[in-house]
Design a protein around this ligand. Structure first.
Ligand code: WQD
Length: 340
């Protein structure tokens, strides 16, 4: 049974991917430092899968410890690298924290395996900035990032592409996520924002459950059907399944290139106000919101062309916005009765 290293495996997307790897018959070892996640997630993964995840608490910025870990785990056949800081706003206030953590960890993982590794990298549609053409394809130009967070994703892709160009034994797939939302249908794992949620869906669910006040819609003067900004929201379980498909592609060695990029979205754009309406329809909960000013650094509209993922990964998102909303709400209600 192939064993996959999942760095950041107790995080939002990481934990859902561990579940799908088990479902697909893989063995898993999780490495995390709990800098942006909760140790209880390990128990939750066990409750869902019946498997006790192999786990090592490790700071991936520590080069010697990463090398020692890899040398002691010679049965790892692939890596899914989630471990990174990801708060756009925080990255603007603390750029060095983001550049140090996101690059040291990635480079230490590559070096730990002496660059001989099948690696799936967690990237983001943020590398496109505001695309000139929609839906945006993987061939679209990468634009100057609006934040240090986005810049770490762009530069990480360059590090991987340039490393692959000179190391045939290194095989990489970079997955550009659109907006990951929702939760596992068991409601035992989901998004665990620390502090006031910056992202729309966790703010909506916390507002609906009474933890937060009304939602502020950041701008309704965009060139969109209702004036609010458009994003391509994708269910986290669909996203997790795409990571399994990416590992399988790397193992199949079908790719012509040892560095590939794929969009992970639904191909459908949804405005903020449409999300609010979908949440109310899916849950029966009434939301209160106000219209505020645009948020610094936000783009107007983006949704992905997911043809390449369908053709080459054999993957397509299956869950619609209603399932995204109802699963996020079920998770918020679970958290109320079972605080972490
Ligand atoms: C979505 C839309 C906001 C909150 C970022 C990163 C991306 C990924 C997800 C890590 C926007 C609007 C939000 C609120 C609002 N990061 N909004 N009121 O900014 O598209 O993407 O987070 O995985 O890489 O770029 O996501 O959820 O913050 O915002 O109106 O209280 O909701 O303006 O239009 P974003 P988001």
């Amino acid at each position: 049974m192939s064993k996959i290293l999942v760095t950041g495996g107790t995080g939002f997307i990481g934990s859902h991917t561990v579940v799908e790897l088990y479902n697909a018959g893989y063995d898993v070892v999780i490495v995390d430092d709990f800098s942006n996640s909760n140790p209880k997630i390990l128990k939750q993964i066990e409750a869902i899968t019946g498997r006790v995840p192999e786990f090592v608490e490790l700071d991936l910025c520590d080069e010697l410890k990463v090398k020692a870990f890899v040398d002691a785990n010679t049965d790892i056949s692939g890596v899914i690298h989630f471990a990174a800081f990801k708060a756009v706003g925080e990255s603007v206030q603390q750029p060095l924290k983001y550049y140090r953590n996101n690059f040291y960890s990635l480079i230490n993982v590559i070096n730990g395996f002496n660059s001989k590794v099948n690696l799936v990298f967690s990237s983001s549609c943020t590398v496109y900035g505001q695309p000139d053409v929609l839906p945006v394809t993987e061939a679209a130009p990468v634009k100057k990032a609006e934040s240090p967070y986005g810049n770490t994703k762009q530069i990480a892709e360059e590090i991987l592409q340039e490393s692959c160009a000179v190391t045939p034994e290194m095989n990489v797939i970079a997955l550009r996520y659109f907006n990951p939302v929702g939760a596992h249908d068991s409601a035992l794992i989901g998004e665990l924002p620390i502090g006031v949620p910056q992202n729309l869906i966790p703010f909506i669910t916390q507002s609906a459950i009474g933890k937060r006040g009304p939602i502020t819609v950041y701008g309704n003067d965009y060139d969109t059907p209702d004036g609010s900004a458009i994003r391509d929201y994708i269910h986290v379980v669909d996203l997790a399944k795409a990571h399994v498909a990416a590992i399988q592609r790397l193992e199949s060695k079908k790719a012509e290139s040892n560095y590939e990029v794929f969009n992970l979205g639904t191909g459908t754009g949804t405005t903020v106000l449409q999300v609010i309406e979908a949440f109310e329809k899916a849950t029966g909960e009434k939301l209160s919101y106000t219209i505020g000013a645009r948020r610094e650094g936000d783009i107007e509209k983006v949704w992905g062309d997911v043809t390449k993922s369908a053709n080459d990964l054999g993957w397509k998102a299956e869950r619609d916005i209603n399932v995204m909303m109802s699963s996020a709400w079920n998770w918020e209600k679970y958290l109320k009765d079972n605080p972490f």
